[in-house]
Design a protein around this ligand. Structure first.
Ligand code: ADP
Ligand code: MG
Length: 286
């Protein structure tokens, strides 16, 4: 669904490449996490998938990015928005600023596309229901919590019915409860078969949701694998990415011989419980 073929990119104002060369392919329906230290190229990659690069940013792009088989660089942005949607860090930036209710805000992009009224209403009601924000429909987008605003921002992308949704740190401005709302919405998208690229610092929630994780460092793709393999990789700390508290605890336990050698390090709670249970029973066997 998403293909990067030898993609390099430099912003118009800089000599050095911010990204690349990178090559990878993300199949339809996959949830792909993207992590890496600050400045490693995560936002650049996200913008390249969504076509902001090169359509809005300019700069120098080489290689080819394809979404749904279409080269992003030569597909007009107006056609891309129905293929791939981008959700940014701060939901405030995503709001049109021109609408008085959430329902109108959700209609904004569709009006620009010239979608007919009955279809618009159908799509908006569907998105309100999918994101469980029916109760916000008549509220002002500016009178909402950060988490609610982010759900509306995601909704304004979903009404376009894209097959790919790219999210660049959608929960970084949110408290944990709001972040949980967003992850709940992403899980619903996943179940609907939408391909998701998610730049995210909340490693535990990402590990739970993602099928695959890419790790960037200085614009290069340095790790690519299952959440389990990536988040237990020894290189991770050197790449400026934290591991989950379960991996950290088990690693400390392993240094003291309290983690069973036969088990891989855990990433999430259930594997941690299993391992610590086994470790303790070995310890206490008379
Ligand atoms: P991340 O999202 O992982 O923090 P970015 O993709 O934003 O990283 O940045 C990658 C590199 O590109 C960094 O070196 C950053 O300084 C540079 N960069 C990002 N945005 C711009 C821009 N608009 N103009 C010039 N350089 C930029
Ligand atoms: Mg970024």
């Amino acid at each position: 669904m998403i293909e990067f073929e030898n993609v390099s990119y430099a912003y118009p104002t800089t000599a050095e490449d911010a990204l690349g060369p990178v090559s990878f392919a993300i199949p339809a329906g996959q949830v792909c996490g993207v992590v890496g230290a600050s400045g490693s190229g995560k936002s650049t990659l996200a913008s390249a998938v969504a076509g902001m690069i090169p359509h809005v940013s300019g700069g120098r792009l080489s290689g080819e990015v394809r979404v749904g088989g279409r080269p992003v660089a030569t597909t007009p942005l107006a056609d891309l928005v129905t293929e791939v949607g981008l959700v940014v860090q701060n939901p405030f930036n995503q709001m049109s600023g021109a609408k008085f209710t959430v329902r109108e805000e959700l209609a904004f992009g569709l009006e620009n596309l010239g979608v007919d009224r009955a279809e618009m209403v159908r799509r908006i009601e569907q998105v309100l229901e999918d994101l469980r924000i029916e109760h916000l429909a008549d509220r002002s987008p500016f009178a909402l919590s950060g988490g609610q605003q982010q759900l509306v921002a995601i909704g304004s992308v979903l009404v376009m019915r894209p097959r790919v949704v790219v999210l660049d740190e959608p929960t970084s401005q949110l408290d944990p409860a709001s972040a949980t709302l967003v992850f709940g919405a992403l899980d619903a998208l996943r179940r609907n078969g939408i391909t998701i690229v998610l730049v995210e610092h909340r490693i535990e929630q990402l590990a739970e949701l993602a099928d695959r994780v890419l790790v960037l460092s200085h614009g290069s793709l340095v790790l690519d694998g299952s959440p389990h393999d990536v988040f237990t990789d020894e290189l991770l700390p050197d790449l400026g990415v934290s591991s989950t508290r379960y991996t950290r605890a088990a690693r400390r336990a392993a240094e003291r011989g309290l983690w069973p050698e036969s088990l891989p390090l855990p990433v999430l709670l259930p594997e941690a419980v299993r391992g610590f249970g086994a470790g303790l029973s070995v310890e206490h066997t008379p």
